[in-house]
Design a protein around this ligand. Structure first.
Ligand SMILES: [Fe+2]
Length: 228
């Protein structure tokens, strides 16, 4: 029996987050923290990741937890508890990043080790948390909402994200999702966004795609041939 697939509100943004987290953590691990230019670049990347995680968490609280509680009271409790812990971790990581930035020499090395380990734990907790959302919370959402309702929640959430943060999400998302997901996502964007905005998105993602993936995407987005 074929199980009909449902609209998955988490899958694409979580792929973006997993990619951003893995990339940033490994960048922090291979860095020479004594090199000021490298340290500044990776600290900026860490800060961008923390901002992305903070926005994501706030939007899930505002849109998804509200939807879960509206139809299945109590169903978001475990995820809300995780989110409260993530807020504390984010504040601690931001403080550590600021301390490293202002500390020269040997002190920076010790704090950089702390930052790397704290970031690794934060990533580990988030990976487990996202699994809970994609399995247990999706099951609740699918039982309580139709796909059309879930798409409406998704679109309202996406419309509420400020353009700079959305560009950051798109930058991580597009290269790190499957070709079929990428084609669907950009086809949808091509239909809904102004042409110049869509063109900027393509400029943003092209350098991050392999020649083969870019080619596949262009074929998927090509306009349908006119019917004679
Ligand atoms: Fe979450």
């Amino acid at each position: 029996m074929t199980v009909p697939s449902r609209f998955d509100i988490y899958v694409l943004v979580h792929k973006a987050l997993r990619a951003a987290m893995a990339h940033t953590l490994t960048a922090a691990g291979r860095l020479d923290w004594h090199d000021d230019a490298d340290a500044v670049a990776v600290l900026a990347q860490v800060r961008a990741l923390l901002a992305l995680a903070r926005t994501h968490l706030a939007k899930e609280n505002e849109f998804l937890h509200r939807a879960l509680e509206a139809r299945r009271p109590g169903s978001s409790a475990a995820a809300a508890h995780d989110h409260a812990q993530h807020e504390e971790s984010l504040a601690a990581l931001e403080e550590l990043a600021a301390r490293i930035e202002s500390a020269p020499g040997a002190t920076r090395t010790a704090d950089a080790g702390r930052l790397y380990r704290a970031l690794a734990l934060f990533v580990a907790e988030n990976f487990e948390h996202m699994h809970h959302e994609e399995t247990e919370l999706n099951a609740v959402l699918w039982a309580a909402y139709t796909d059309d309702e879930l798409r409406a929640i998704h679109d309202a959430l996406a419309a509420s994200v400020d353009p700079q943060q959305m560009a950051e999400v798109v930058r991580w998302m597009v290269p790190n999702i499957a070709p079929a997901e990428r084609a669907l996502m950009l086809d949808d964007m091509q239909r809904k966004a102004p042409a110049e905005v869509f063109s900027r998105v393509l400029d943003l993602v092209r350098p991050a795609l392999s020649a083969r993936d870019w080619d596949r995407l262009m074929k998927a987005l090509a306009p349908l041939p006119a019917v004679a």
